[in-house]
Design a protein around this ligand. Sequence first.
Ligand SMILES: Nc1ncnc2c1ncn2[C@@H]1O[C@H](COP(=O)(O)OP(=O)(O)O)[C@@H](O)[C@H]1O
Ligand SMILES: C[C@@](O)(CCOP(=O)(O)O)CC(=O)O
Ligand SMILES: [Mg+2]
Length: 384
Amino acid sequence: MGVEEISISAPGKVILHGEHAVVYGKAAIAGSLDLRFHLNLKKTRDVSIALALPDIGISQRVELSALQSQFYSMFQSESQREPVPASDDVIAALKNFLHLDKDSHDTKQLAVVAFLYIYCSIFMVKRELPSICVEMKSEIPVGAGLGSSAAFSVALSAALLQLAGVVTSEQISDSLAAWSATDLDIINKWAFIGEKVIHGQPSGIDNSISTYGGALRFQNGEKTRLDRIPTLSLMLVNTQVPRSTKKLISDFRHKYNTYKEIFEPVLSSVEAITEKAQLSLQLFKETSDTSHHDTLGDLMDMNHQFLNLMGVGHSSLDQIVATACDHGFHGKLTGAGGGGCAIILLPSDADAVVLEKMKAKFDSLGFQVFPKTSFGGRGVMQHL
Ligand SMILES: Nc1ncnc2c1ncn2[C@@H]1O[C@H](COP(=O)(O)OP(=O)(O)O)[C@@H](O)[C@H]1O
Ligand SMILES: C[C@@](O)(CCOP(=O)(O)O)CC(=O)O
Ligand SMILES: [Mg+2]
């Protein structure tokens, strides 16, 4: 372990179609966002972990001797290449160690639990716990449907695996290093374990986008790169209404189990929307025929209503979609819903004056606007 400092960034994501349905094995399409999560790790000599998470107001110090004596036996079966999901017992023990309420729904604290779980799984088996200070800051709004939890888990996994020498980055430019496809697969597997701690039952789409970047079709863990899609212009609008993905997934799980015969066809319809959107994207790229772009708009409106039916909507998200419609655009909620963000599809010839008027309306409603985001950039990176 010759490394003294590691800087990593990982992108957020935008789900175009298929959120929630993807947890039930249906297809979804999504891409990386030009908002990134940043992690800086330094080796220290204080025999502790110092964790600074200023975006969520957490600053935590953990003595390595206490961690070692309490968790050594629990982490002996873990292997660095094949991570295993945290059992309820280990999660409960980590929460107890951190003096957290074991039934707390505060997902912020789960970031620390995920951190310690990944750290212990990687290093405890070697009996060599590195003394480190780690700071994480993000451009991705927290808990807003843009995959901040996944970017957190990806950046964290990449940093700790690189520190442990399990993966090794290679320099690709003056300031950047990246990992081989095999190493990215390892990082992605560990990040999925982190997502499980924060989300409960994630599909794996968010961590996959954040790891590999670009645009993907994702189904049952199968990832297909979407190379034949046009450059899409999206406006992102954040309601700033807080919500937790973990709670939204579990509430919909309850609804689905209670009304399976109703929600199975709903999920199939959402999947049909995803399929049609993928095809329309391809056709629009190949022919530039704007009728395919119009179809993409219709599909967004439809999917938004299905998501409302699934109980993951919010009045402020409806307000965004209605405002978009008043200005001649189409949109939908993105991510887990219940608050968080909506996306609005912008045609390349959208009138700048109308766009400015729409943005002003969102500002006046107290929403946070990202006027034009780019889609499909790099996945996790090391900064040299
Ligand atoms: N900048 C950050 N710093 C620390 N933890 C973060 C950060 N961003 C996200 N997280 C973790 O992810 C959780 C939010 O995840 P989630 O509810 O899935 O929303 P999102 O849609 O942003 O992924 C936070 O409560 C925290 O545990
Ligand atoms: C609702 C879901 O489809 C996406 C959740 O994304 P986010 O945490 O809201 O960014 C869950 C998942 O796929 O793991
Ligand atoms: Mg999340």
